[in-house]
Design a binder for this molecule. Structure first.
Ligand code: NAD
Length: 519
C-alpha cells in the first residue's frame, strides 16, 4: 500500500474533454526517474475482473510524453553503458532482494487487476524473480572470447556490448514475470529500457519500477509509458530504439515484428499457442489426470503454456470421465478468496469470446462434457467467470481446435497411436509447448525427438525453462532468431565487437607496404 500510494494520486483530474471522478486512482508514467501524471486526454479504465468495478485508470501517453521517455533513455545510455559491470550487478543483486521482500504486495496487485489466484500470482512474481537472479550472473554471461596468436604477434578477442535503447511490449497474463523477462536482462547488459506494460495490468510493473529505483538504478535507465496502438507504433518507429521484445498475441506480434524489422530493429516476438498434452495408456494415471487438469484450468487457461488440448492415445481414451470428474471439483472464485483454484477471465469481452468458441465446438459436433459457461460465483455475480469446460470428440477442423481459446477450456482429441498423435501436433501451426505423459522411456524419447515444438515436457505439463536456459517456443509461436532470457537473451541484448591486434617487437617492423590480402 505504501508503494502504491507513491504511484497514484486521488486528486481531481483535469484531463481535457473528459472529467473523471476523483475516487478512481490514476496510473502514472515513469519518466526520467519520476512518477508523473500524464497530461493525456485519453484514458482507459482498469477493471477488477472478479467484479468489473473500475479500480484505476491508465493514460494513453501523449507523443510529447513518449518522446520525453525515449530521450531520457538515450541520455542515460551514455553513462549507464559506461558504468562498471560490477556496479550494474550490485543493483540487480539488491533488486532481487527487494522483489523477494515485496513478493506478496506484488501478488496482490496482480490478483486485483489480472484476476488470477494469489498463490498463482506469487508464482508469476517468482518466475520473474528467477530471471532477475540469473541476470545477476552477468559477469559470467557477458564474457567475450579470445584467441591468441592467430598469426605472429597477433591476437583476436571479442567484447559483448549493449545496443543502446531497448523496448519491451508486454501482455496482460503475466504482469510480473514477462516484464521481468525484459528490462532486467536488457539493462544488466548496459542498455537503457523503455517499457510499455499491458494497459490492462500496469500496476505491478509500476511497483517493480519503484523497487528498481530503490535498488539504485539511475534516473532514465528505465522509463515506462502506457497506451495501446500509438505507443506500440511509436516504439516500432523511433530511430533511437534498437531492439524490441514483444510478448502477446499473433495479431500484435506479427505486426510489431514486421514494422520493427522494417525500421532496422532487432525484434523477438513470443506469441500465441495451442499446446497439446499427449496421454499414453502406460502413463501414471493419477499423476497425469491431475497434471492435465492443473495445466488446462490453472490461471483460468490464460497462460501461453496452458495445456489446452489433450490427445488421448488408445486405451487412455477411457480416462475421460475421470478427467471430467476432477475438473468439476475445482473451485471457481475471486482470486483473493481462500481455496480459489480458477479465477475470472480478464474482461467481459474475453468471457464472451471464450463462450462463443465453446458454442462453436458444440455447433460443429464436439461433445460438451463439462460446461462452465453458466457458473455463478456467490458475491461476484458480475465477474468474468467461466468454469472448467471440456469438449470431447473434437476434430482438427473445428474452430475450438484451430483457435487459441485462452480460457478454462480443454479440447480433447483421440489418436490410435503415438505416430498419429505426433503428426497431429506437428500439423498445428503453433510450436510453443507440448507434453507427453508416459512411463516408457523409448516412447518419451521418440516423442521429444520427432515433435516439432520448441518446448517439450516429459511428464511435466508446463515445461517453461528456467532462466539459465531460454524460452524456446517455435514456429507460429515465435518470430525472431534470438529467444528470451538465458544465453539467447544475452545475445539479443548485445552486439559483438571483434578486435584484432598486433603488437610486434621493434625489430619486426614491416619494411614495405603489404598490398596483398592478409592471410
Ligand atoms: P495482446 O497482443 O492483445 O497484447 C500484448 C501487447 O500488445 C499489449 O501491450 C497491447 O497493448 C499490445 N497490442 C494489442 N493489440 C495490438 C495490436 N493490434 N497492434 C499493436 N499492439 C497491440 O496480448 P494479450 O491479450 O495481452 O496476451 C495474451 C496473448 O499473449 C495470448 O495469445 C498468449 O498466448 C500470448 N502470450 C504468449 C507468451 C509466450 O511467451 N509465447 C506468453 C504470454 C502470453
Amino acid at each position: 500500500t505504501a508503494l502504491r500510494s507513491v504511484l497514484r494520486t486521488r486528486v481531481p483530474l483535469n484531463v481535457g474533454r473528459m472529467c473523471y471522478s476523483s475516487s478512481v486512482p490514476t496510473t502514472k508514467l515513469f519518466i526520467n526517474g519520476k512518477f508523473v501524471e500524464s497530461r493525456s486526454s485519453e484514458w482507459l479504465d482498469i477493471h477488477n475482473p472478479a467484479t468489473n468495478e473500475v479500480i484505476a485508470r491508465v493514460p494513453k501517453a501523449t507523443q510529447e510524453e513518449m518522446l520525453a521517455a525515449v530521450d531520457s533513455c538515450s541520455t542515460a545510455f551514455h553513462s549507464w553503458s559506461e558504468t562498471s559491470i560490477l556496479a550494474r550487478q550490485q543493483i540487480f543483486l539488491r533488486y532481487q532482494q527487494l522483489i523477494k521482500d515485496n513478493l506478496k504486495e506484488l501478488a496482490k496487485a496482480i490478483t486485483l487487476e489480472q484476476g488470477k489466484t494469489l498463490a498463482d500470482a506469487e508464482g508469476d512474481v517468482f518466475r520473474g524473480l528467477q530471471v532477475v537472479e540469473h541476470a545477476c550472473s552477468i559477469t559470467s554471461l557477458m564474457l567475450g572470447e579470445t584467441l591468441p596468436s592467430i598469426t605472429k604477434d597477433m591476437d583476436t578477442y571479442t567484447y559483448r556490448l549493449p545496443l543502446g535503447v531497448c523496448a519491451g511490449i508486454a501482455p496482460f497474463n503475466f504482469p510480473a514475470m514477462i516484464p521481468l523477462w525484459m528490462f532486467p536482462m536488457g539493462m544488466v547488459c548496459g542498455n537503457t529500457y523503455l517499457l510499455k506494460p499491458s494497459e490492462r495490468v500496469p500496476t505491478c510493473t509500476m511497483l517493480l519500477a519503484r523497487m528498481l529505483q530503490d535498488a539504485g538504478a539511475p534516473d532514465g535507465t528505465l522509463n515506462i509509458i502506457h497506451g495501446q496502438h500509438d505507443a506500440v507504433n511509436f516504439i516500432c518507429d523511433h530511430p533511437a530504439i534498437k531492439a524490441i521484445s514483444f510478448v502477446g498475441s499473433n495479431q500484435a506480434g506479427e505486426y510489431i515484428y514486421e514494422r520493427g524489422s522494417k525500421n532496422g530493429k532487432r525484434v523477438q516476438a513470443n506469441m500465441g499457442a495451442k499446446n497439446h498434452g499427449v496421454v499414453m495408456p502406460d502413463a501414471n494415471k493419477e499423476n497425469t489426470l491431475n497434471q492435465l487438469v492443473g495445466a488446462a484450468f490453472g490461471a483460468a487457461g490464460q497462460r501461453c503454456m496452458a495445456l489446452s488440448t489433450a490427445i488421448l492415445v488408445g486405451e487412455a481414451q477411457s480416462w475421460l470421465p475421470e478427467l471430467v470428474e476432477r475438473a468439476k471439483h475445482l473451485c471457481v472464485n475471486a482470486g483473493d478468496q481462500p481455496g480459489a483454484d480458477v479465477g475470472p477471465l480478464i474482461s467481459r469481452q474475453a468471457r464472451e469470446r471464450v463462450c462463443s468458441l465453446i458454442q462453436s465446438g458444440v455447433d460443429e459436433g464436439a461433445k460438451l462434457l463439462l460446461d462452465g459457461r453458466n457458473i455463478k460465483v456467490k458475491g461476484y455475480e458480475n465477474g468474468n467467470f467461466v468454469g472448467p469446460t471440456i469438449l470431447g470428440n473434437v476434430t482438427p477442423e473445428m474452430k475450438c481446435y484451430t483457435e487459441e481459446i485462452f480460457g478454462p477450456v480443454l479440447v480433447v482429441l483421440e489418436a490410435d497411436s503415438l505416430d498419429d498423435a505426433i503428426s497431429l501436433v506437428n500439423r498445428s501451426p503453433y510450436g510453443n509447448g507440448t507434453a507427453i505423459f508416459t512411463t516408457n522411456g523409448a516412447t518419451a524419447r521418440k516423442y521429444t525427438h520427432k515433435v516439432d515444438v520448441g518446448q517439450v515436457g516429459v511428464n511435466v505439463p508446463i515445461p517453461v525453462p528456467l532462466p539459465m536456459f531460454s524460452f524456446t517456443g517455435s514456429r507460429g509461436s515465435f518470430r525472431g532468431d534470438m529467444n528470451f532470457y538465458g544465453k539467447q537473451g544475452i545475445q539479443f541484448y548485445t552486439q559483438i565487437k571483434t578486435v584484432t591486434s598486433q603488437w610486434k617487437a621493434e625489430d619486426a617492423t614491416l619494411k614495405s607496404p603489404a598490398v596483398t590480402m592478409p592471410t
